[in-house]
Unconditional design. Structure first.
Length: 142
């Protein structure tokens, strides 16, 4: 009886270990699927455009330009069209986010009350703001 009981224990142990071994070898690696991650559209600075963020050179951080900024309206032939152009200010510097430019433009002014300038770009504080390029009015804002 003892021999029979001992034989059953050994046989069941061998059977279980064989089954576990077969499960490990028969498992095939699953193909990994690349899923689109919501908010996974970070730019080189880590800003997520899908959440409305863009990199600000002036602030050196990701910002939402439509918050705490001045909206500029495109001015053409005396008519005003709304566009997605903004300006933010920091001391004597201004950063332009224009719908016609891929990257922002930094403007500087010498003292309070002066215009912000960068090359042929000029932001004038007059009845709000007037943005000129090469003497031509392109944008106005409040």
């Amino acid at each position: 009886m003892k021999k029979m009981f001992l034989f059953l224990i050994i046989a069941s142990t061998f059977s279980c270990s064989k089954k576990v071994s077969q499960e490990n070898t028969s498992t095939t690696p699953k193909e990994t699927k690349k899923e689109a991650v919501v908010g996974g559209d970070s730019d080189s600075h880590g800003c997520k455009a899908s959440a409305g963020y863009t990199w600000s050179v002036l602030k050196t951080e990701c910002i939402r330009v439509f918050e705490n900024s001045t909206r500029l309206n495109h001015a053409e032939d005396g008519k005003t069209y709304s566009t997605v152009s903004y300006v933010i200010f920091d001391g004597n510097k201004a950063e332009l986010f224009l719908d016609t430019q891929k990257e922002s433009i930094i403007l500087e002014r010498k003292s309070e009350g002066d215009s912000w300038v960068n090359g042929d770009w000029q932001l004038i504080p007059w009845k709000g703001y007037v943005l000129k390029k090469a003497g031509k009015i392109l944008y106005t804002g409040e």
